[in-house]
Design a protein around this ligand. Structure first.
Ligand code: NAD
Length: 263
């Protein structure tokens, strides 16, 4: 039987108190990894630790409250969670704002949170992975990295930069057992996306229905014609985090239901 076995590995998932990050933490714990969850607030982190333990009784779960949009927060996470075999740079902020209304401060915030968190955590954890000659770094990018939305230029640009970062780090680890890849979700039913979707939903629409309506209107090239469930993204991450994916590196792996219309 082909199975994803992460026993003996420790995974750090950034920005994982809810949404895609929490789903990834649950999947990796279910596959046997010890996991570290992170968010900014201690009570949300404690709840996420409990949620992973409920999902996989007996799982080894640590929680670290730290704001990874700052250098200090990244140092705090690395100091409190010292071991890392699998780093999932999931943290990312998003929102629709017209380009002409986005000032320098907002561009800088997107850069600090979406890119520098991944730069800093990779710099903190990749040396020990290279030393052990095994490791996985996974960046959660977006289809918006390729298909830049006109109303999310700042977000799409940050995700395009992320693809460059991941590809470069994969080359840096050439010839070792450390792989670096990006996973590109499309619209996915996380807490953050739900807020955006329900703000424009028709009265009485469920979240799933709002997802279908959003995809039809805003991502009409989607082949699946709906938003993804959290687990559909987490499953790809569990595979690429596992020993099974050892010949996949420097790749941009799509979980976006076919929105990006290219082969
Ligand atoms: P979400 O908004 O539902 O959750 C964000 C998580 O990040 C929360 O745990 C929050 O506490 C944490 N967080 C926010 N700022 C933080 C900070 N400064 N330091 C530490 N933690 C912080 O997010 P999501 O929708 O699950 O998105 C996760 C990733 O997937 C992001 O990188 C996002 O860009 C990407 N993505 C999401 C979608 C989607 O439709 N949901 C689509 C494509 C890509």
């Amino acid at each position: 039987m082909l199975s994803i076995d992460l026993r003996g590995k420790t995974a750090v998932v950034t920005g994982s108190t809810v949404g895609i990050g929490l789903a990834i933490a649950k999947s990796l714990a279910q596959a046997g990894a010890a996991v570290v969850v992170n968010g900014r607030k201690q009570d949300a982190v404690d709840q996420a630790v409990e949620a992973v333990r409920r999902h996989t009784p007996g799982a080894s779960v640590q929680g670290v409250a730290a704001d990874l949009g700052t250098a200090e927060g990244c140092q705090q996470l690395a100091a409190q969670a010292t071991r890392c075999d699998i780093l999932v740079n999931n943290l990312g902020i998003y929102g629709t704002t017209p380009f002409l209304e986005i000032g320098d401060d907002e561009w800088q915030r997107y850069w600090d949170v979406n890119i520098m968190s991944g730069v800093r955590m990779s710099r903190a954890y990749m040396p020990q992975m290279l030393e052990r000659n095994w490791g996985r770094v996974v960046f959660i990018a977006s289809e918006s990295a390729l298909n830049i939305p006109a109303d999310m230029v700042h977000y799409g640009t940050s995700k395009t930069a992320m693809l460059g970062l991941a590809r470069g780090l994969a080359k840096m680890a050439a010839g070792t057992g450390v792989t670096v890849n990006s996973v590109l979700p499309g619209p996915t039913l996380s807490e953050g996306a739900a807020q955006m979707l329900m703000a424009t939903a028709a009265p009485g629409q469920t979240l799933e229905e709002a997802g279908v309506a959003f995809v039809k209107q805003n991502r009409p090239s989607s082949i699946i014609g709906r938003a993804a469930q959290l687990e559909e993204v987490a499953n790809m991450v569990a595979y690429v985090a596992s020993p099974l994916s050892s010949a996949t590196t420097g790749a941009a792996l799509r979980v976006e239901g076919g929105i990006v219309d290219s082969l």
